[in-house]
Design a protein around this ligand. Structure first.
Ligand code: SF4
Ligand code: SF4
Length: 160
């Protein structure tokens, strides 16, 4: 009722930006978006409805042409976190990508419950695990990571 009684609602989400010079209109992102926020026609640049977008980043992770990116958690920002986590003794490190919801809170609760997970795990929190792009996983292995662990819910596997 609090939400519905307002004249307007301010959403704090990071809506991806489309680079029309790179978008080939393959429409993979349209299929990947769980919220129906992307409109497009074959072989034409897509557009994103900011009101419908929830900022999950699934479309960015899906685009094979690098035509999408986000201000928050851009491809470069994720890459920088991977490289920083593996700067020392990468062969002992496991990179764990989590979503901001279920899997990050599971890791957080581990601490609250005074349980332990192996100290060589380095967590990188994404908004949704579907935001992850293959190039981040590839870079982790190039730098010598012992492993990469991607966590998420069934919605991720259904949409990617
Ligand atoms: S996946 Fe990338 S290239 Fe394909 S339509 Fe979407 S933004 Fe364009
Ligand atoms: S960020 Fe998520 S909700 Fe927004 S357009 Fe991309 S896939 Fe759809």
């Amino acid at each position: 009722m609090t939400l519905l009684s307002r004249d307007y609602i301010i959403k704090e989400v990071s809506v991806p930006k489309v680079d029309p010079s790179k978008c080939v209109g393959c429409l993979l992102c349209v299929k990947a978006c769980p919220y129906g926020a992307i409109r497009g026609e074959p072989r034409k640049p897509v557009t994103i409805d900011p009101a419908a977008c929830q900022g999950c980043g699934a479309c960015v992770g899906e685009c094979p042409y690098g035509a999408l990116d986000m201000d928050i958690l851009s491809d470069d920002a994720i890459m920088a976190q991977v490289e920083a986590a593996l700067a020392e003794e990468p062969e002992k490190k496991v990179i764990m990508f989590t979503c901001a919801y279920c899997s990050y809170y599971a890791a957080d609760n581990t601490g609250i419950l005074k349980l332990q997970y192996p100290p060589h795990v380095r967590i990188i929190r994404l908004q949704c695990s579907s935001r992850l792009n293959w190039k981040h996983v590839k870079r982790a292995f190039e730098l010598g990571a012992a492993g990469v662990f991607v966590t998420g819910c069934s919605l991720v596997t259904a949409t990617t």
